[in-house]
Design a protein. Structure first.
Length: 283
């Protein structure tokens, strides 16, 4: 199994670019976002701006709560952590309590987005112009890149040549695990009903690298274990329980532990045989 090297974006973005990409993502994920996320994120941008756009800076919880009118620390930390999980805030160092500061960065972490909001606004603008009797006035077209809009396309329908360079590593890993899932169902003669969309898999794989600090070697270990897994005496197997990108991320550590337990057991068994067999020969 070959996983190519990762290249992550590290270039700083302007306040406008941060805002634009945030609302692009919100438009594509309305079920995940709420006004508290927006308030915390834009206060973080404002605080970063006042500090001279430092790459990483202290972001005190109590100060943020007072500025935004958030009364309970549990409420604040819930939405703050979700922003970290979404990829908008990179947590460099977590605070020890609500009175100390988290060390964060808003410039070195940002989800990749499509252009759904751009398209919707352009379409709306065109309709509005026509309804006002000004259809002869040209609509300024958004300049977009040549990358296909992949978010809602199935992994199996995408060629790696269509994938942005920065996401090719994530795509390769996602496709490997999708194949493991599909092959397992095929062995059981079960037709999969899952929709393995590009956006869902890339989003989760990226978070596993950036937030969970997973490595390429760990992905390789888990993939190899799942491909060769034998159900236990009770019939349990992780293959049967990992059906999506979300469940892969949720159970990744448990599967990695199981994989390394198996390797350790084999190593100890091999060492034991090497110790016992010479002694039996002497008897």
């Amino acid at each position: 199994m070959v996983f190519v090297g990762i290249k992550l974006k590290t270039n700083n973005m302007t306040q406008y670019e941060l805002s634009r990409r945030y609302f692009d993502w919100c438009f594509e994920n309305p079920e995940l976002i709420c006004p508290v996320h927006t308030a915390i994120y834009f206060f973080a941008i404002e605080h970063c701006n006042r500090l001279g756009w430092k790459d990483k800076f202290g972001f005190p919880s109590q100060m943020t709560m007072e500025a935004l009118g958030i009364k309970k620390h549990q409420t604040y930390i819930k939405y703050f952590r979700e922003l970290v999980n979404f990829g908008f805030i990179k947590l460099i160092q977590e605070s020890k309590n609500q009175y100390s500061a988290n060390i964060i960065s808003v410039q070195t972490a940002m989800p990749e987005n499509g252009k759904a909001l751009d398209k919707a606004l352009i379409k709306h603008g065109a309709k509005q112009t026509e309804s006002m009797g000004q259809s002869k006035v040209p609509v300024i077209k958004q300049i977009t890149n040549n990358n296909k809009q992949l978010n809602n396309i199935l992994l199996s329908e995408i060629k790696i040549s269509d994938v942005p360079e920065i996401e090719k590593q994530f795509f390769t890993i996602a496709l490997s695990f999708q194949n493991i899932i599909e092959n397992y169902l095929a062995k059981l003669k079960i037709k999969s009903t899952a929709k393995h969309k590009y956006s869902t898999w890339i989003y989760n794989i990226r978070l596993m690298f950036e937030n969970d600090k997973r490595t390429v070697e760990e992905f390789r270990e888990v993939a190899e274990y799942l491909k060769n897994e034998i159900p236990d005496n009770n019939g349990f197997s992780w293959q049967a329980n990992i059906r999506s990108a979300d469940t892969l991320r949720k159970h990744f550590e448990k599967v990695l532990i199981k994989s390394r337990q198996m390797k350790l057991a084999k190593k100890e068994s091999s060492t034991y045989r090497k110790t016992i067999e010479p002694n039996l020969m002497e008897v």
